[in-house]
Design a protein around this ligand. Structure first.
Ligand code: NAD
Length: 461
């Protein structure tokens, strides 16, 4: 099929965790649109064109295979694809800036700016440019200024269409989204561009789930959504610390408050802290924006969500250290799970990185196991000269171990034979269930000393 037979050409710049899956869903749902995903990384594009996709996400591979080569294409020919596109999604990374003004908080916009300049240089016809990346409020203004600078007769309409999917459930979230948000200018051309994007989503999203707002509300809503989600995790983790010293049980407290319909039950699981590429970065971006506008009390409020998270990871390490007689030197610890959450191989900002580094500092010997994240774990801990091994089989990882630190709640860890595991371990055997994922009473009865989060330990000592 040539591109002439397609209704429109969609291009996505950035073939990462967002660009790849979102475009795959659009291609599957809109066979009459040609969807091309480009990236500067040849390695990533080669992987998207192979049988070994660069990311793991349940349901992704089947959908890539059903559309690839028909109306879904992965390429590094960025300039040509820009020229051919009617609609360009920008889905490049927007990490925290690590240098100069705003270092450690503001967003590093260099990849966005490079992309905008490239779009401008290669566009010979009018285009709709969609912000899919998470950006600071009013970023669309800067994007429009770059795109319209110089003697260019081409017109660009900027839309904001933040992505709310969560890794691990990405395909489901995109196929049945809670809502799709589109921000546009309230001008005739802004509204017309918005309608073009709405047309795409209307292929599968019910009308009442499509929300339209002004550009700035849309940009801000994405930061606020992540800040609220992260805030709930930090809130329940503060209560978990209180539970550990008062013999209250955080699971019972979560259940009791979660049944209040004003509070709701989601995101109330205590754990070792939140991770992933977005929460910390987006909150810090919000903090930076508030500081920029001299809203210092607002900035301090949100910054606290990040500090609580940092303390939570450290508390998990201290609990291990204290339970194991205040020394980990030469002790073997099997680490169950390295991904920042189950059903993804993504380890960006995973609590496991911090926790493992701290355990290595205490001179523990780590055997890390994870069904999908070991390649990334190796990269994350490449500095560790000794004391760490990566083992696919959890039964092999626990051989001769003094303790197990469960950091990611992969469902497979529930179904292991813990009697067999106990038999392979040194005694006394410890389990630090950082996610309250396992059956603590059953483990205790096998002989383990069990340390959950936010509830009293079950110890034979
Ligand atoms: N990962 C998530 O769960 C998630 C969810 C919602 C929103 N977001 C946001 O989406 C954006 C992308 O996140 P991601 O997780 O997909 O990042 P990612 O790092 O996985 O992918 C970004 C891709 O952009 C490419 N890239 C960078 N500069 C480029 C350029 N100039 N031209 C072409 N390609 C370029 C990189 O090579 C990389 O492959 C970020 O702003 C993020 O905050 C992420």
């Amino acid at each position: 099929m040539t591109s002439k037979t397609f209704k429109k050409n969609i291009l996505c710049i950035g073939a990462g965790y967002v660009g790849g899956p979102t475009m795959t869903v659009i291609a599957n749902k809109c066979p009459n649109y040609k969807v091309t995903v480009v990236d500067i990384s040849q390695e990533r594009i080669d992987a998207w064109n192979s049988d070994r996709l660069p990311i793991f996400e349940p349901g992704l591979k089947e959908r890539v295979l059903s559309a690839r080569g028909k109306n879904l294409f992965f390429s590094t020919e960025i300039d040509r694809c820009i020229d051919e596109a009617d609609i360009i999604f920008v889905s490049v990374n927007t990490p925290t800036k690590m240098f100069g003004e705003g270092a450690g908080k503001a967003v590093d916009l260099q990849f966005i700016e490079q992309t905008a300049r490239r779009i401008k240089e290669n566009s010979k016809s009018n285009k709709i440019v969609v912000e899919k990346s998470t950006l600071p409020v009013r970023a669309a203004e800067a994007l429009a200024t770059i795109l319209h600078s110089g003697n260019n007769s081409v017109k660009f309409e900027i839309l904001s269409n933040p992505e709310f999917m969560a890794e691990g459930t990405g395909i489901r979230d995109m196929e049945s989204p809670d809502r799709i948000l589109i921000g546009s200018k309230d001008t005739p051309s802004g509204v017309a561009a918005r309608d073009v994007l709405l047309d795409i989503y209307l292929h599968w999203v019910p009308k009442d789930r499509l929300i339209t707002t002004n550009l700035w509300s849309s940009e801000l809503s994405k930061l606020v959504a992540n800040a609220f989600l992260a805030q709930r995790i930090s809130s329940i983790n503060t209560i978990a610390s209180l539970c550990e010293v008062t013999e209250a049980d955080v699971t019972e407290v979560s259940r009791a408050i979660g049944m209040d319909s004003r509070i709701g039950s989601k995101f109330l699981n205590a754990g070792p802290g939140f991770g992933g590429s977005c929460f910390r970065k987006d909150i810090l971006n919000l903090v930076y924006l508030c500081e920029y506008y001299q809203l210092n009390d607002v900035a301090a409020f949100w910054e606290q969500v990040v500090s609580v998270n940092d303390n939570q990871m450290e508390r998990y390490v201290r609990r291990i250290l204290q339970a194991m007689f205040n020394t980990l030197v030469g002790k073997k610890l099997a680490v169950f799970g390295f991904a920042f959450k189950p059903d993804t191989g993504d380890t960006r900002d995973a609590p496991a990185i911090y926790i493992c580094k701290r355990l290595l500092e205490e001179k523990a010997d780590l055997k890390i196991t994870d069904p999908y994240a070991l390649d990334n774990a190796r990269k994350d801990l490449h500095d560790a000269e000794e004391g760490v091994e990566f083992i696919e089989d959890p039964y092999q990882a626990v051989e001769g171990a003094h303790g197990i630190a469960l950091i990611t709640e992969w469902s497979l860890y529930k179904d292991l034979d813990y009697q067999k595991i106990f038999d392979k371990m040194e005694k006394p055997a410890f389990i630090f269930d950082g996610r309250n994922h396992l059956d603590h009473q059953a483990l205790y009865e096998i002989g383990f000393n069990v340390y959950p989060v936010g509830k009293p330990a079950l110890s034979h000592l």
